[in-house]
Design a protein around this ligand. Structure first.
Ligand code: ATP
Ligand code: MG
Length: 335
């Protein structure tokens, strides 16, 4: 039976990249009537140090974004990872199945340790994909809507599932499929067209946050890096123009159209014309979401109640799968 799982880290402000690359698709899948399990992956966030007060707030902010974009706790299971202990338990078992070399090959680990001494990063940052495999497989999820950057981790999830099944001679964990669709599967930084937009980027000007107001959005788009050329006459003319391509793709994703259609509409126009149009479009889309998030954030007790109720529903699916996993491995789980 199909089941969707996905997660997002409370590691900073949610970005337009998170929204266009992942969150928007989550709502569609819920609305298609597929069973959906969506998680604030707080255990992933602490793979790099987080200020405890800010972390608590970020968990609630991500949960309020879930509600603001249209995820419904009556139809989707919404919870935070650390409240369902099976995630950490299964991750440990997968740590014993996955190989160290697999982890060193992950581009996210390389990106997140670039320019630093990788040996001095947390062991958790290296093992991150093993916990992610546990998140997904704890629910026997078949589909995971994510951005392009997570494709490699889903492939690793399949490798872990296959090795577990092979090592224990079972056909227990499914081969999960990534769902990576649309024109904005990899939104790039506004400061560097070759770097992914990320909520943990030290530069706030590199991203549009879901909590930014209209003035902030307009200022960030106005200052976004571009080349001096006007928009081309055709999409082929975007080749080699990473920043221009990124802005066109963002526009297309927000307008629900293709890059071709956007280039046709703005053919030969300078960025001084295109950027304000893009800012207006972004404000029109994000303004209502920001407003809703603020309303949910005003009642943290209600958010905590929703997350707690979601954790109970999540555990009801996870517990039998975890118990069966222990049995397969040879652990005694009855007491
Ligand atoms: P961090 O910098 O802390 O890793 P992040 O912005 O990468 O934060 P994650 O919580 O790691 O966010 O990822 C949540 C989801 O958003 C994932 O499905 C990921 O693929 C997607 N995503 C993240 N950044 C982008 C982006 N720039 N474009 C499209 N999708 C993205
Ligand atoms: Mg990330």
């Amino acid at each position: 039976a199909p089941r969707v799982f996905s997660g997002i880290q409370p590691s900073g402000n949610l970005t337009l990249g998170n929204y266009l690359g992942a969150l928007r698709r989550w709502v569609e899948m819920q609305d298609e009537g597929i069973p959906t399990v969506y998680c604030v992956v707080d255990l992933h966030a602490i793979t790099v140090w987080q200020d405890p007060e800010k972390l608590r707030n970020a968990i609630r902010e991500v949960a309020s974004a879930f509600l603001a974009i249209g995820l419904d706790p009556a139809r989707s299971i919404l919870f935070n990872q650390s409240q369902v202990s099976g995630h950490a338990e299964l991750a440990w078992m997968f740590n014993c199945v996955a190989r160290i070399g697999w982890m060193y090959r992950m581009t996210q680990f390389k990106d997140k340790t670039a320019g630093k001494n990788a040996e001095n990063s947390s062991l958790g940052l290296l093992a991150y994909p093993s916990l992610m495999a546990a998140d997904i497989l704890l629910y026997h999820a078949t589909h995971v809507p994510v951005g392009e950057d997570q494709k490699q981790h889903i492939e690793l999830t399949r490798d872990i599932a296959a090795k577990f099944n092979h090592d224990y001679g079972v056909d227990f964990f499914p081969m999960t499929e990534p769902v990576i669709e649309g024109v904005a599967t990899k939104v790039m930084s506004l400061r560097d067209g070759n770097k992914k937009m990320s909520k943990s980027d030290p530069s706030d000007m590199s991203r549009i946050n879901l909590t930014d107001d209209a003035d902030a959005i307009a200022a960030k788009i106005r200052k976004a890096r571009t080349d001096p050329e006007p928009l081309p006459e055709t999409v082929e003319g975007l080749a080699g123009r990473a920043e221009a391509t990124n802005l066109v793709n963002i526009y297309a994703a927000l307008a629900g159209t293709s890059a071709e259609a956007v280039v046709t509409e703005y053919a030969g126009q300078p960025f001084s014309v295109f950027k304000p149009a893009l800012a207006d479009l972004a404000v029109a889309h994000l303004g209502p979401i920001t407003g809703q998030m603020q309303r949910y954030m005003a009642d943290p007790a209600e958010i905590d109640r929703i997350l707690g109720a979601g954790a109970e529903k999540a555990a009801a699916i996870a517990d039998p799968i975890l118990a069966r996993t222990k049995e397969i491995i040879g652990l005694i789980s009855s007491r």
